[in-house]
Design a protein around this ligand. Structure first.
Ligand SMILES: [Zn+2]
Ligand SMILES: [Zn+2]
Length: 329
């Protein structure tokens, strides 16, 4: 009964401007897609609407799996939300650690003008958060144990805004911890250096830079509407088409465009792929990864099986090496 009362909370992300699938951002994404298709691609309004609300995409097996995973993962989130406590623990620990350092002077910059501190804090938090997303995403593709989890996201053969939730719960935990570390480091460091002048520049309770990212169509990266930017801009910001390339099964697109909002990390670390000159894309896992199955049982349980196999192989390899070394002695 108590669970039934919590039911509306499962869908609260649609009413939360901090979340990408907030209904306001979704509505703006529809308008942007409509503008792109009619003004740039010169399609009729009727054709544009048909492509935006394509039934074959939204009622596909892949999309239906997305919706189910969304609900299951939201239930899971209820049980791990107490983890937020760890952010306070990290922040407090770092704050006192900084105070213990003799060579640093607490509140050394308290004289700095408040507006400068707010701009600096807002920008630092956004940059650090976006870079940490790039890094963790890159690791997800680099390390087999993490790829076993991340392949759930890549198993989508159709992209809808809900695909952003198509992640294994353990990947969700890793991303939550990432956010905890970013905030747990940035907030106490700024408080230590600038004192009480620290505050975030927000719009509807969201970091203004995150807000700009969402109102400019962040949802469109998980759709079939291939909006690209000018090449110079795709060096700075990830366009929807660039993230769609990240989901492509074509080998030339592997390990490209890990970025969330900014493309500068991909540019700096040689994983940038511009979207111009690309034809129709096929989304999903490549044939060597097995099928892009949408069975929930496979999506939730296969990663545990794969991780167990990888770790067993590593342990055996380690034992073999140890035995060879022992026999030499
Ligand atoms: Zn990925
Ligand atoms: Zn994606």
């Amino acid at each position: 009964m108590e669970f039934l009362e919590q039911l509306p909370a499962l869908f609260s992300d649609f009413a939360n401007p901090k979340k990408r699938i907030f209904f306001g951002y979704l509505a703006l994404s529809v308008l942007i897609a409509l503008g792109w298709l009619t003004l740039v691609r010169k399609t009729s309004i009727a054709e544009a609407l048909r492509r935006i609300f394509d039934r074959r995409v939204f009622f596909s097996g892949s999309a239906i799996a997305d919706y189910k995973i969304f609900v299951i993962n939201r239930i899971f989130t209820f049980f791990i939300s107490p983890m937020l406590l760890s952010q306070v623990a990290i922040a407090t620990g770092i704050y006192f650690f900084l105070h213990s350092l003799d060579f640093l002077n607490p509140a050394a910059f308290t004289g700095v003008n408040q507006a400068t501190v707010v701009v600096l804090f807002t920008l630092t938090l956004f940059l650090f958060d976006d870079f940490s997303k790039y890094l963790v995403h890159r690791w997800m593709h680099r390390f087999p144990v993490l790829w076993a989890l991340h392949r759930v996201h890549h198993s989508a053969t159709e992209l809808t805004p809900v695909t952003v939730y198509r992640v294994h719960p353990l990947e969700g935990v890793l991303y939550t911890l990432r956010g905890v570390v970013v905030q747990g480091v940035t907030i106490p460091t700024f408080y230590y250096l600038f004192g009480s002048a620290v505050s975030l520049y927000t719009v509807v309770g969201v970091n203004v830079l995150v807000f700009i990212f969402h109102v400019s169509g962040s949802n469109l990266r998980h759709t079939h509407i291939s909006i690209s930017y000018w090449p110079w801009l795709e060096h700075l910001l990830i366009s929807p088409a660039q993230h769609q390339l990240h989901h492509s099964v074509a080998e030339r697109h592997f390990d490209k465009n890990f970025g969330a909002a900014l493309a500068i990390w991909d540019w700096m670390f040689h994983s940038l792929h511009l979207s111009s000159g690309e034809g129709e894309l096929v989304f999903g896992l490549d044939a060597s990864e097995g099928s892009s199955a949408s069975s929930l049982k496979t999506l939730y349980l296969q990663p545990f099986h794969d991780i167990f196999r990888i770790l067993r192989r590593r342990v055996r390899g380690f034992y073999g090496l140890a035995q060879r070394l022992m026999t030499r002695v």
